[in-house]
Each structure stands twice: as structure tokens, then as C-alpha cells.
Design a protein around this ligand. Structure first.
Ligand code: OAD
Length: 255
């Protein structure tokens, strides 16, 4: 971890009136959930997203798609929030205002104590009808946690129109949920600091959030074990795993 960048960044955190924390899969990596694009272990290194994360994939083979998201739900049940989630939840109590925007579909931020999390890409626990969009309640969780990623499971049927229920995830080619989009982009234009944690920043429009903040005069700090190149004078990076960097940044700023 580069300590000198923590020394540069902690005053930005201490002085900020409104901080946006913008998270991606990397914030959950230390809980044991794979990222999408890390070589070898990333979901998209092992599976073709076009088979699992598009409306066309669901039309073609709904049982394959439902089975994969069911596997991810079960994987999440045996997973706990890590020190990065905990630090972000604690940060909300130390700042005048914090907006937490995540691209993740897990509930680890909420389980760590964060409230009002903006889920830009949907949520593993909110499936809905693929035709009438009615919300569907999942049955009480039961059964074994050892389910294979490629086991086909037929999706349930909508109680209102009997069509197939689909995962409540934003798939490639789909629009972001309108309210989440509006809240996230409003916050990006209105904050002093973005902590961009554990994201490759390649999926649009979410990846615009740090850019919008920079355009409005905010500082942006990237936290990632991979080097992130700063392209703007108000852009910084702290290289290291989020579960180590965030607690240190917080204690530098507030202890
Ligand atoms: P990616 O897999 O694209 O990027 C994960 C990032 O986390 C990489 O930059 C890693 O270097 C970094 N990382 C890995 N371990 C970390 C750690 N311990 N601490 C901090 N960072 C770490 O995931 P996202 O950027 O979230 O979309 O991907 C964006 C979207 O692409 C996802 O929301 C998903 C996917 O398709 C949907 O599901 C709709």
C-alpha cells in the first residue's frame, strides 16, 4: 500500500462536506466473491456474459441463467462483509453527508450497516416478472449451499401473469433503474470527493460518475490493488486492497 498517497488523501476526506463512495466488485473481493474481469478468477473470465447477462440469454435458456444467479445468491449466503464494507458504513457516521453508490448486486454494504445504498445494477434478491415486471418474493432460503454454477434451475412463474420470473439485475443492453440513475448522477455533480473503490471503470454509464464529479470540481480517489493512472490534477490513487486501505484512510482522517 502506498502510504504517501494516504497522507495526501486523508485531508481531502476530513475536509469534505459530501462524499460519494462508488464501489465495484473489488470491494467484495476480500469477502470471497469473485470480481468480473480479474484474469483467471473473474466471473467473465470463466463464463461468457452473453450467455448469462443479457435478455437474449434469458430468452434462449432461462434455466441456465436462473441457475447461475441462484448459485450466486447461495454463494452470498455463506459470505460476510469485510473491513472495506465496515469502514464505509462507519464513514457515514463521521461525515456531514455520504452517498453510497454501488455497481454490486450483493447486499454486503447493507449487512455491514450502510443505509440507503444506491444499487445501479440491480440486486440479487429482487427478482421480477420478465413480462409484467411484478416483484417476486423468493421462497425462504433452504437447501444446500453447494450448488454448481452451471446447474440449470427453472425460474419460478409470476403469481400475476404466470410468465417467467427473471433476476432483478441490469443486463448488458438494458437501462439503469431510473431512480437510482438520477440519485447517483445528482450526487456525483454535487459532492466534494468521490472514493472510487474496486472498480475497473469500464461499464457505462456507471463509469461516468468519477468523471462527472471531476467536471464539477470534486476530487476523486481511486482505491485498487492495480495501478490506476491519474488523468486529472484532482485525481489520486491509493494502490492496495480496499479492506486494508479504507480502514487506514479512515483512521488517518479521524483518529
Ligand atoms: P470488475 O471485475 O470489472 O473490476 C473489479 C476491480 O476491482 C478491478 O479493477 C480489480 O483490480 C479491483 N479489485 C480486485 N480486488 C480488489 C480489492 N481487494 N480491493 C479493491 N479493488 C480490488 O468489476 P466492476 O468494475 O464492478 O455489471 O464491473 C462493473 C460491472 O461489470 C459490474 O457491475 C457487472 C459487470 O458486468 C452487472 O452485473 C450489470
Amino acid at each position: 500500500m502506498n502510504k504517501e498517497n494516504i497522507a495526501v488523501c486523508f485531508p481531502l476526506l476530513r475536509q469534505a462536506a459530501h462524499v460519494v463512495v462508488f464501489t465495484g466488485a473489488g470491494v467484495s473481493a476480500e469477502s470471497g466473491i469473485p470480481t468480473f474481469r480479474d484474469a483467471l478468477t473473474g466471473f467473465w473470465a470463466l463464463h461468457d456474459p452473453m450467455d448469462l447477462a443479457t435478455p437474449e440469454a434469458f430468452d434462449r435458456d432461462p434455466a441456465l441463467v436462473w441457475g447461475w444467479y441462484e448459485w450466486r445468491r447461495r454463494q452470498l449466503r455463506i459470505t460476510q462483509p469485510n473491513p472495506a464494507h465496515t469502514a464505509i458504513a462507519a464513514l457515514a457516521g463521521r461525515l456531514p453527508r455520504l452517498t453510497l453508490i454501488t455497481q454490486n448486486v450483493d447486499d454486503l454494504h447493507e449487512r455491514a450497516g450502510s443505509r440507503d445504498v444506491i444499487h445501479l445494477h440491480g440486486d440479487l434478491h429482487s427478482p421480477r416478472c420478465s413480462v409484467c415486471a411484478a416483484a417476486h418474493s423468493l421462497c425462504a432460503e433452504s437447501g444446500t449451499d453447494s450448488l454448481e454454477a452451471d446447474r440449470k434451475i427453472s425460474p419460478p412463474r409470476c403469481l400475476h401473469c404466470n410468465n417467467l420470473v427473471r433476476p432483478g439485475i441490469v443486463w448488458f443492453g438494458e437501462s439503469l433503474p431510473e431512480r437510482a440513475f438520477q440519485q447517483a448522477f445528482d450526487a456525483a455533480g454535487d459532492c466534494d470527493l468521490v472514493l472510487s473503490v474496486g472498480t475497473s471503470g469500464v461499464v457505462q454509464p456507471a463509469a461516468l460518475i468519477p468523471e462527472i464529479a471531476l467536471q464539477h470540481g470534486a476530487n476523486v480517489v481511486h482505491i485498487n490493488p492495480q495501478p490506476v493512472r491519474s488523468q486529472h490534477p484532482q485525481e489520486y490513487s491509493i494502490q492496495g486492497p480496499a479492506g486494508e486501505v479504507l480502514p487506514r484512510l479512515m483512521s488517518a482522517a479521524f483518529c
